[in-house]
Design a protein around this ligand. Sequence first.
Ligand code: GTP
Ligand code: MG
Length: 636
Amino acid sequence: MNFTFWDRICRTFNWFVQIVQRTLPVPVREDDGSKNIFIPEIPEVEEMNQETTRLRWLWEKMKGYRVLYVAACGLTILYNILQLTVPFFTQEIVDTFLTGENAAYNLEHDTGRFVLMVVGMIGVTFIRTVIVYLACMGFERVSQMTLYRIRNELFAKIQRQDMHFYDQYRTGDLMTRLTGDLDAVRHMIAWVVRMLIECFTLFMAAAIYFFYLDVKVAASILIVSPFILLVTLAFKRQVAPMHTILREKLAQMNTAAQENISGNRVVKAFAREQYEIEKFQERNLEYAKANKQTVLTWLRFFPVIEICANLLPVILLVVGGLAMIDGTLTSGEYVAFSCLTWAISNPMRNLGSIMNEFQRFMSASAKVMELAASEPKIVDKADAKDHPERFKGKIEFRNVSFSYEGKPVLSDVSFTIKAGQTVAIMGETGSGKTSLIQLIPRFYDPEQGQVLVDDTDVRDLKLHQLRKNIGMATQDILLYSDTIDGNIAYGNSSMPMSTVQKYAEYAAAKEFIAHLPQHYDTIIGERGVGLSGGQKQRISLARALAIEPSVLILDDTTSAVDMETEKYIQDHLKQLNFPCTKIIIAQRISSTKDADLILILENGRITEMGTHEELISKKGYYYDVVMLQNGGESIG
Ligand code: GTP
Ligand code: MG
């Protein structure tokens, strides 16, 4: 009988393996190009290292909540073990009170025990519900708090990054990291680990209980499980690159949406709505395809796992039935087996989803960790000079050369601006004017030479002290979706209203603000939507002036205002009630002619330098511009 029993098992298993081999996908090996049958691959060392590194990072981020997390894991183990009490009680009730020769007698004479068992079953179910609730609360709390912490850290990290970082990363990609990727990390803490523990505990507890009940039946049922594990591991490896692609496609789609929404006015101006819709549809389709591809990978493995899971009751029926006929298994024990086959099959079924989510975590956490580890290149030196006092505003460029990723933009630029002077920078578009002024607040560092403020190399100063002294109205104006007041007072939240109003007046913004519905409390749209180009420039100028900087840098700030308003602004800039060195990039001679020094940049080199009169007499680029702007007449 024994021989027949094992023979049957072995034959069934062989048959099963054959089915599986036919059902399984045939992964194409890149190395030899041949198709192969299913060979579960052992994870490579590097892959395992990556997993360990990411999990260790996650554990690090859970600091302060680890005890709660371990407790939640413990409760998960407990409530899964408690699941076994139901088949235990059921077996006892069936064997003692429902079947067997003495069933009726027992029920009559031992009713108390019967009631106790039923009440026990109900009681354990109640306790289990409470434990499940507490465990879920624990997982949720830890995951939300960890997410909150990581998101804050990432945001702070992004805030402290330098321009190189912003040149490198797209906004949509960063947004994906802060939202979708972090959600995958949260899901790992709240769901993946919980499910993994649940599956493992249930499986182990059921397996141990099965062996306690009957070794042969238990072995027959459990024989398929190593196979399932290998299949799941194979799936895990196949789905890993899919998640990396999926995540990239999501970031691309988010970037397309973000760029389109912020550039909606350009889209409308060029009537490119249809084109943009199609472009987005394309990205959306790619994302959907990547999603489908990931699901299809699972679906290729799914039948194998489903067949195995569905085989369990059949195995039980055959093997358990035979054992009952043999008299080695009681009806109660059979019922207990039957009650618990789900505890073996469910973990098998869930393992695929768990691995899928784990791989989602792996690709998402790689992106999050990359961001968390990124360090700005432009930082304070360890021995940076402390300069809490207001700067005088002397600026010097000493043989400065600068390039963007190998593309030379400034070459050997040298000049000195005395404190309180006004300097105008002119030059053709792309000649390097914006790049030059960006070196003063250290948005970038020069490759060669030095930029000095008050005779100190800017690299030796503390960044926040340096930047606090510089008021900048950038060429690309960014206003926040906030009130006019909030935008002007951006540099100092406790700025009195009188200061805001004073500098709005200096920037010739007072009048148009008075015409806005809520005046200074009018909320402007994202990036200043709702204001004209010239109005935005004036708000940006008022914002730069309001911090009363030692160095005021205006990059094409009055290009969109009319000549009369520009004259008004120029006059007020001359009468500022705080000492200030002014650097004005402008194309109009009316903005530059009164400057103490005019610099002409051509292809990143200073080709002319001097006062209006000096440059006129040189008859170079400046002279040509003057002649052009004055219809052939030089102005004195
Ligand atoms: P206008 O503002 O148009 O008058 O030009 P500009 O004189 O201010 O020129 P800018 O300093 O902005 O640019 C100088 C050169 O550097 C140009 O050839 C640009 O193409 C290049 N450039 C500017 N910004 C970047 C950047 O962020 N990355 C790279 N790679 N190149 C840049
Ligand atoms: Mg520029």
